[in-house]
Design a protein around this ligand. Structure first.
Ligand code: SF4
Length: 564
């Protein structure tokens, strides 16, 4: 098959804050270099640099979901006048904040915000709108931004020792792999340096990590699932930039996580729940737990008269410094969430992602000038991370995740001790998330998984899962191969049904997995409604048998989050 190829000087994969900041920074470096070269004959002008950025969403920001109260440290380095620019999309600035502990019926307010979690004066943003804004700036600077293109495989040099770019996905492929009338082959984007910022559990990142064993010296990447809704309130209800962080209900003290409520612009607020994917409970259902949280009297009062207008789900990396793999390999670097760039103690990562992208850009710029992008040439990326405030911020939280393995109360005590005495010399090891799930009979006894049927959904304030999927605006052409590859569906119908009660039916926040009775054989079998998928990657991470693999569907498919 004939494929078009496009040569580039540097290629960014993913339209998140890491790659967008990296692409803008790289153009700034080239601009500065060319200004110097104009007055210095020893320097060559870099003519018409080809810097590309691809994203699988239909638009930049359409697959983006985060809280988000942003630490603007990296943004101030990249765009120093962001605060006075009238196009910077800030929803509000934090004016009042609280930390509360919820029990089923009660609320206990903390006397102050714990250190590290105080956000007074910081901007509350919609990450989707923020990314869109960054993409416009990148395009103005000459970056070629291509939304709607999924990177499906890495390209390699002849002996397979160095990454030479990325192949984008074919379009117009039928469910059986045949070419439909609208078939278009993917392109080969060839680049001496490829920067992977695909977000959590990146598809190409996994290929790179496995090929070069980049995680040999780090702890496994671990995750939380975040489910979030934007809620429209009666006119005039949202007066200030408010932040509420919660602990406790609806999570028990053995399940790691918490929730947030942020004011947005106009009459909107958003509410989100984060839950560790290392939860022991096979019935864990983050969507259901979010509805339970909204049913709490404290939330009912805070969100009174509210109507859900948007829903989404995404995973976040929470292993922090301990889970960061080697972030470079011949011809490639890994940035942002794909490399575990999030401070789990502050639950913040946008600034770290952006900074990692900017440092990768500096490394890519050196490679562009020297024409060398070997493992050794790109190793300065690691040094740059170590010399930057990324290490300064993240290393003290290196044992945060492992501190909570014996529950919330013990974890808070250990973290408190680490804040006073430091985190210790060594990183405390931990296991991958899927190894923590307990069998249904162990966690729930002989009764099996609970029915979770105690809520009355009005599909306005309390919203059932399928209606929530509709509110994510996700869409996929159903006439394409299923992008959720289950290695052995017999396990779903037999071993998993018996041992875990098919937990994918619960942990998928978009009701993609459904055990449906096959009358011919008289048993329930797996039906995968992949068009519901919101690309959160929870199934790939939490499946106890590790037989589900998420691969990119046709570029442009998936959720349309817009202002999430
Ligand atoms: Fe998330 Fe997997 Fe469900 Fe898609 S199928 S929404 S990736 S859990």
């Amino acid at each position: 098959m004939e494929r078009e190829s496009m040569p580039m000087d540097a290629l960014f994969v993913g339209g998140g804050p890491a790659c967008l900041a990296g692409a803008i920074h790289l153009m700034n470096l080239i601009e500065k270099h060319n200004e110097e070269a104009a007055n210095n004959t020893d320097l060559d002008v870099i003519e018409e640099p080809m810097i590309g950025l691809i994203d699988k969403g239909s638009e930049i920001g359409s697959h983006a979901l985060s809280g988000a109260v942003m630490d603007p440290r990296a943004l101030s380095e990249l765009i120093p006048d962001w605060k006075t620019r009238d196009d910077m999309p800030v929803e509000r600035y934090v004016e009042e904040e609280e930390m509360v502990l919820l029990t089923e019926k009660q609320v206990f307010k903390g006397p102050m915000m714990p250190p590290g979690l105080a956000d007074h004066g910081l901007p509350i943003i919609s990450i989707g709108m923020f990314q869109k804004w960054l993409a416009e700036i990148a395009e103005e600077k000459g970056v070629m931004v291509f939304p709607g293109f999924a990177g499906v495989e890495l390209l390699w040099n002849d002996d397979g020792s160095q990454v030479t770019g990325v192949r984008t996905g074919d379009k117009g492929v039928g469910p059986d792999g045949s070419h439909k009338a609208n078939f278009e082959p993917g392109m080969d984007l060839e680049s001496p340096v490829t920067i992977l910022g695909e977000g959590p559990r990146g598809h190409l990142t996994r290929e790179l990590i496995q090929k070069f064993n980049l995680d040999a010296d780090s702890q496994p990447m671990v995750y939380e699932i975040g489910v979030k809704e934007v809620i429209e309130l009666p006119k005039g209800s949202v007066k200030k930039g408010g932040v509420t962080l919660t602990m406790g209900y609806p999570l028990d003290f053995n399940t790691f996580g918490g929730a947030f409520v942020y004011s947005m612009g106009g009459d909107r607020m958003c509410i989100g729940l984060l839950v560790g994917l290392d939860a022991k409970d096979p019935a864990l259902d983050a969507h259901y737990l979010l509805q339970k949280l909204k049913n709490h009297p404290y939330m009912r009062k805070k969100l009174a008269g509210g109507k859900v207008v948007k829903y989404g789900a995404k995973t976040v990396t929470v292993g922090g410094w301990a889970s960061m793999p080697k972030m470079y390999a011949p011809g490639a670097m890994i940035v942002g969430d794909s490399a575990s760039l999030l401070n789990p103690m502050r639950i913040k990562g946008i600034h770290l992602s952006m900074k990692s992208g900017m440092l990768a850009a500096e490394t890519a710029f050196e490679a562009m000038k020297s024409g060398v992008a070997t493992d050794e040439a790109l190793s300065s990326f690691k040094q740059k991370i170590d010399d930057s405030w990324i290490r300064e911020e993240m290393e003290p939280a290196k044992n945060f995740h492992s501190s909570f393995h014996n529950g919330l109360i013990g974890g808070m005590f250990k973290v408190g001790m680490q804040m006073v005495f430091g985190p210790g010399k060594d990183i405390k090891p931990f296991a991958p998330d899927h190894e923590h799930m307990q069998r249904a009979s162990v966690y729930h006894g002989s009764e099996g998984l609970p029915a979770n049927d105690d809520l009355k959904y009005d599909n306005s304030y309390l919203v059932d899962k399928l209606t929530s999927v509709y509110m994510s605006s996700t869409k996929h052409d159903e006439q394409q191969p299923c992008h959720l590859q289950i290695a052995d569906r017999e396990i779903c119908a037999t071993q998993c049904a018996e041992e875990y009660g098919n937990p994918c039916e619960r942990f998928c926040p978009a009701q993609v997995y459904n055990m449906v009775l096959n009358e011919e054989v008289g048993r329930k079998e797996m039906q995968v409604d992949f068009s519901n998928c919101v690309h959160c990657k929870t199934c790939d991470i939490r499946d106890p048998y590790q037989i589900i693999k998420w691969v990119p569907p046709e570029g442009g498919d998936g959720p349309e989050y817009g202002f999430m």
